[in-house]
Write a protein of this length. Structure first.
Length: 368
């Protein structure tokens, strides 16, 4: 077992966390710090006795105690789609931490960056997240930071909700908590306008994850959200803080107007029922979204028969089924065309006509 390659003395973390790391180091060999995410401090390591690879997340525990999700309550959560908490406790009055298993497959963000894996995969991931989230909601807990970086991929490829650094408990007699200051692009409109966050806020974020997993356009670069006038002003600024404040203001305006999720950027093989599902989940008005995980799940189940499994293989869109169809390209004639495969290899299907990929996909979608 290798000795730690982390130097605790040079870590740029609060002294309380540094001291806790030294204490935990008696049973854990810390090997790496992750810079991913913005709502805490994440470290990876290995148990000195069992050899199990683990992750330790420290997060801010300060603020209004009425909204605190106590570490022991988080550790009691039991769901296949919620990360198992091996240990959770306070550091002091300002910080807390939880210890979880390490996931070899990484997070959903890595999967998305490696290429969209198809309609069925996106729906499966969404089901998993909704299943895990219903466990949190049953305990009056709101996640507030559901994004691909916080959704882990298990060995069986199921999606698992991780990172509880932004979780808040809904006080008795209330239905909302303060909005989170993390992950601006995933912030629901009501958190911008009123500073509040409820169950529809989590639903909004899952809608965004479904949108991303299906291939919707959602750039992480702040400047990508600015129009030409806003971008010109952004580039003229020399102070980085001023630039960020300007970009954030522009992005917040887009969020409030419902201009973050654009279903027109989805691939043409994402069916209308799925597009409408995303639009409802991400509605600017929280009262017009799905009001619970079960309602969202019911919607997905009701349109299951209308969702065909399209994937990208060797750069070509392929629809799976008893007969497979794919959109190919003739370099000599500079045209797209359809091929089908009944099990004996790909053959051109001249009965399906169209000019663009979108046209051909729509024709293939007519075939049941």
């Amino acid at each position: 077992m290798k000795e730690p390659n982390l130097s605790f003395q040079t870590l740029d973390v609060p002294i309380q966390i540094k001291n806790k790391l030294v204490e935990l180091n008696t049973s854990i060999i810390f090997t790496k710090r992750s810079r991913k995410g913005s709502n805490g401090w994440l470290f990876f390591g290995q148990n000195r006795i069992s050899g199990q690879r683990i992750a330790v997340k420290f997060y801010d525990w300060s603020g209004d105690p009425d909204y605190h999700a106590e570490p022991k309550n988080l550790a009691a959560l039991q769901s296949k789609n919620v990360i198992q908490i091996l240990d959770a406790s306070f550091v002091d009055r300002d910080y807390a931490y939880f210890l979880t298993p390490y996931y070899n497959n990484g997070d959903l963000d890595v999967e998305i960056c490696n290429g969209v894996r198809g309609n069925n995969r996106a729906v499966s991931v969404t089901r998993d997240i909704l299943s895990g989230l219903s466990c949190l909601h049953a305990q009056s807990l709101l996640h507030r930071d559901l994004k691909p970086q916080n959704l882990l991929i298990a060995d069986d490829l199921s999606a698992v909700i991780g990172d509880f650094g932004s979780v808040k408990k809904i006080p008795e007699g209330s239905s909302t908590v303060p909005g989170s200051g993390h992950s601006l692009i995933y912030t629901p409109p009501e958190s911008i306008s009123s500073g509040e966050y409820g169950i529809p806020g989590d639903i909004y974020q899952i809608g965004m994850v479904l949108y991303q997993t299906l291939g919707g356009y959602l750039p992480y670069e702040e400047s990508a959200w600015l129009n030409s006038h806003e971008l010109k002003k952004y580039r003229e600024m020399t102070d980085e803080i001023d630039r960020q404040m300007h970009a954030n203001s522009c992005i917040k305006s887009r969020i409030e107007k419902g201009k973050i999720v654009n279903t027109e950027t989805l691939p043409p093989w994402v069916c209308v029922p799925l597009r409408r599902t995303i639009s409802k989940a991400c509605n600017v008005d929280p009262s017009k979204r799905y009001q619970s995980c079960s309602e969202f799940l019911a919607r997905i189940n009701s349109i299951k028969s209308k969702i065909h499994d399209w994937k990208i293989e060797q750069g070509l869109p392929v629809r799976y089924g008893k007969v497979k169809y794919r959109i190919a390209f003739d370099n000599k004639k500079n045209i797209h065309f359809v091929q089908k495969n009944r099990g004996a290899g790909w053959r051109r299907d001249k009965s399906i006509k169209g000019i663009s990929v979108k046209d051909l996909v729509l024709e293939v979608e007519k075939i049941h």
